[in-house]
Design a protein around this ligand. Structure first.
Ligand code: SF4
Length: 435
């Protein structure tokens, strides 16, 4: 029997992929709850409808999205779910194929079909809540998506194909959104976009990142501002002054460099060179003493020679990033690399190279963490887990970086800052006591 939209009272939103997807889901959830729907996020509980916000970046993410859709189709066959809707990057990228191949899904939406989804569910859009969110993160931190889309042309990346060109969110809207988040108790804002470095160029014809960060830091209640997804080329160095002088801006920067050999940087179309990358990293560390740098590397890109990889190894040892992630190259259709290059590096070599980099990084991280022993550091407590409270320093971003563990006997409050004396370190984590 066909289920009427009107009977949908409980809706579950499932978010896959990155924090940008999470922000989209949180905006949707806010509209649903404001219209009287019971909402849940990433829940296994039965619901009248589920919206799966998919990721379509690389093969692994696509496979995870498909298997999640299949899980909910099984739940529908069991009668736990009435309606299945799919949105996000996978859906934006392969909609026509998905409609044909997975008819059990009631409807596929693009990445930005916000209004379409509300119409489909017969929900009145609350314009007054456009910059309000139903938080799914712990209530003391939240992601703030400052732009969508991307104007870069990285050869391995399909994202611009389905997100479109760069669109900065107007500063006034971001301030409004951040004020609402602060009123909900958010203390830490994580600024995200496909490319943070380009903020403002489309809207204000100049870089506006430094001004935005300064204005966000003036909001009552906001204690930490963290910058993610900076792009090396045309990086707005004026934000470094704000980072050095404004105590509310974490001395932390996530800046994916992807590689360091000129041969591969050119083939990746990263519009930068090994020397420029080194010079930028050195400049950032000079301008902001004590800054923690996170980066991402891509190994096994078509044409990556043994020598290119040796250069990358030397670069990792030389640069000593505080945090580093490495991905084996995924030959993605619709990308420049897919049309121009052969995926000539065997998968096992790609994986070996990624493992080798992470092994080196582990020892780098270990020695950097040891240097923190004996220091007293400001720590934001995220949760209680077994015998410990788990928190982070300003050099640690949630879910991707290290943590600080404090004995549970300290009786601390989640979401509060404490001074912690570090007495030991292990791999990526620190252990200490509140003083
Ligand atoms: S900066 Fe490059 S990798 Fe990042 S979304 Fe844009 S094109 Fe893709």
């Amino acid at each position: 029997m066909e289920v009427s939209i009107m009977s949908i009272k409980k809706i579950n939103v499932v978010t896959l992929g990155c924090s940008k997807n999470l922000v989209d889901s949180e905006h949707l959830l806010r509209q649903f709850e404001a219209n009287g729907l019971e909402v849940s996020h990433d829940s296994d509980e039965p619901a009248d409808a589920v919206i799966i916000n998919t990721c379509g970046f690389i093969l692994d993410a696509k496979e995870e999205s498909i298997s999640t859709i299949m899980d909910y189709i099984t739940a529908k066959e069991r009668g736990d779910i009435e309606k299945i809707y799919v949105m996000g990057c996978l859906s934006a990228r392969y909609k026509d194929d998905l409609v044909k191949e997975i008819p059990e899904v009631d409807r596929f939406f693009g990445k930005f079909d916000f209004d379409e989804i509300l119409k489909e569910l017969n929900i009145q859009k609350r314009k007054d809540l456009l910059f309000d969110r139903h938080l799914t993160t712990p209530s003391h931190f939240a992601y703030l998506k400052i732009a969508e889309g991307c104007n870069r042309t990285c050869a391995f990346c399909a994202i611009p194909q389905f997100t479109g060109n760069y669109v900065s969110v107007p500063m006034e809207s971001l301030i409004d959104e951040a004020e609402k988040l602060a009123q909900k108790g958010v203390k830490e804002l994580l600024l995200i976009a496909q490319d943070l470095s380009f903020y403002g160029y489309d809207l204000y014809k100049k870089s506006a990142l430094a001004e935005l960060v300064n204005r966000l830091s003036a909001i009552d209640g906001i204690e930490w501002i963290r910058l993610h997804y900076a792009y090396p080329n045309k990086f707005p160095t004026d934000v470094l002054t704000v980072m050095r002088e404004n105590p509310k801006v974490c001395k932390y920067l996530d800046i994916p460099v992807q590689h360091c050999s000129d041969n591969i940087l050119a083939r990746m179309r990263r519009n930068t060179t090994a020397d420029e990358t080194r010079a930028l990293i050195t400049h950032i560390r000079q301008e902001v003493p004590g800054i923690a740098l996170r980066t991402t590397l891509l190994v096994g890109f078509p044409g990556e020679t043994e020598d290119d990889f040796k250069q990358l190894i030397a670069f990792v040892k030389e640069m000593k990033f505080d945090r580093l992630g490495v991905f084996p190259y995924s030959h993605e259709d619709d990308t420049y690399a897919f049309t121009q290059y052969t995926d000539d590096i065997p998968q096992e070599i790609k994986q070996e190279r990624a493992d080798e980099i992470m092994e080196i990084q582990q020892s780098i991280s270990e020695s950097l963490m040891q240097q923190k022993v004996g220091q007293t550091i400001n720590v934001l407590i995220d949760r209680e887990e077994d015998e410990h409270y788990v928190g982070r320093t300003e050099w640690d971003s949630p879910e991707v970086d290290g943590e600080v563990l404090v004995p549970v006997s300290a009786h601390l409050e989640i979401g509060q800052f404490y001074k912690v004396k570090i007495n030991s370190a292990f791999m990526f984590d620190l252990y200490g006591d509140v003083i």
